[in-house]
Ligand binder design. Structure first.
Ligand code: SAH
Length: 389
């Protein structure tokens, strides 16, 4: 533990409730990976934090009190986090959700997700990773019903990214429930798990009947989760498109675990821009199109980034969308603001000369609880847009 005197500017940000400590606000810092007590230049105690560099930021503010990171400390955090998520525990149709969301639950650098009987811990920096024994011990006392844990390493410096952490081992693949739909997941194969839990509300809307009787094209489909939700909700046919070869088997499997014949649906291993051309040539059209690309992707020499190219996707999608069709435009790109995302989409739609209405919007679901004074933490942006040609 050491003492850190902060600039008036950084002090102001801390008092506004900003938990992420940014390098530019803390010049001349040599320490890393330790607990710090923060003081103002006039020697007022500001609170407890820690320093550890990660993808974004050099550390986190934790609490206005003098804290020691004991088992009891984490038990308190976990009990509060669990209480916030009571509505998810009460819902028998959903068995996978986020249990602990970093600064939204007052400890930046750590997320914990529940997948049925198992928990998945993601460590975002070396300091939080060094506390893992204390954290796991506290977790087991507050969540005794969880049978075992897995971990993902989300910082540089270790030679593995995924491992079993404690307790029972899960099967290589197993199923969870979300809004009554079954999804197959895996907890120890790279950083991905087969499902992005932050999209539960969008899948919920599809499973709940938004696409009943309609055809749906799911671009960047990964394991086909949106397609499966739509088919479950009565979509007349889904088409899933993803570049990755393994998406084919994974998507077939997702249909099978829901009792849906994979042959009744379409699945293409293809570049999305290649598929747009194919669809235009074959005069295929869709009632609904989901666009949920990665923030950045490379295919051979071509690169795609949400910040630069999202409008191109929208323009292509409009060409094969039925009149009065629905576009579900989604991104998790943290570097694109809500405002910029909307502007890119509106510009593309105006360029296409169509009329449009945004009739639903989704941000992160409640289990991804975000800190009050850090709206930037709500990175997910999803617009449901009705389009008249
Ligand atoms: N929409 C998905 C998650 C997408 S993850 C869901 O909610 O479940 C991003 C996916 O985009 C990956 O599966 C990756 O293989 C795919 N991808 C990246 N570039 C692509 C491209 N040019 N064409 C098709 N798929 C692409």
């Amino acid at each position: 533990m050491s003492i850190l005197t902060v600039s008036p500017f950084a002090e102001k940000k801390i008092k506004q409730g900003k938990q992420l400590l940014l390098a530019e606000d803390f010049p001349n810092i040599a320490e890393n990976n330790q607990l710090v007590y923060l003081y103002s230049q006039s020697k007022d105690f500001l609170g407890t934090g820690y320093l550890s560099s990660q993808n974004k930021g050099i550390g986190w503010f934790l609490s206005p009190n003098k804290e020691k990171l004991t088992v009891t400390y984490f038990q308190g955090l976990f009990e509060r986090a669990k209480a916030k998520r009571q509505s998810y525990y009460d819902n028998e149709l959903t068995t996978a959700f986020r249990l602990f969301n970093q600064d939204g639950d007052d400890f930046g650098g750590l997320t914990i997700d529940l997948y049925g009987d198992y928990a998945l811990f993601s460590w975002y920096n070396a300091f939080v990773y060094s506390l893992k024994d204390v954290i796991v011990e506290a977790f087991q006392t507050v969540f005794p019903e969880v049978l075992g844990g897995y971990e993902k390493i989300r910082f540089k410096g270790l030679d593995f990214e995924s491992d079993h952490l404690y307790g029972q081992e899960a099967a290589d693949t197993f199923t969870i429930l979300e809004n009554g739909v079954t999804y197959e997941v895996f907890l120890n194969d790279g950083l991905m798990t087969g499902i992005f839990l932050d999209q539960k509300n969008v899948r919920g809307a599809l499973a709940g009947g938004l696409s009943t009787g309609k055809t749906l094209l799911n671009m960047f489909s990964y394991t086909g989760a949106f397609s499966v939700a739509a088919a479950f909700g009565g979509s007349s046919q889904t088409t899933s498109v993803d570049l990755a070869k393994r998406s084919l088997d994974k998507t077939r499997e997702q249909f099978l675990v829901n009792g849906i014949e994979p042959e009744s649906q379409k699945i293409y291993v293809m570049d999305v821009f290649g598929y747009f051309n194919y669809a235009k040539k074959k005069e295929l059209t869709y009632d609904m199109i989901v666009l949920d690309p990665p923030s950045f992707a490379r295919n051979g020499k071509k690169t795609f980034s949400v910040a630069k190219n999202y409008g191109d996707l929208v323009k292509e999608a409009v060409e094969i969308l039925e009149n009065n069709g629905t576009l579900i435009a989604s991104t998790n790109a943290a570097n694109v603001s809500d405002k910029k995302f909307r502007q890119m989409i509106e510009e593309a739609l105006k360029n296409k000369g169509v009329k449009f209405t945004v009739f639903q919007e989704e941000k992160l679901p409640a289990d991804f609880h975000i800190a009050d004074n850090f709206p930037e933490g709500n990175y997910l942006k999803v617009l449901f847009i009705k389009i008249k040609k």
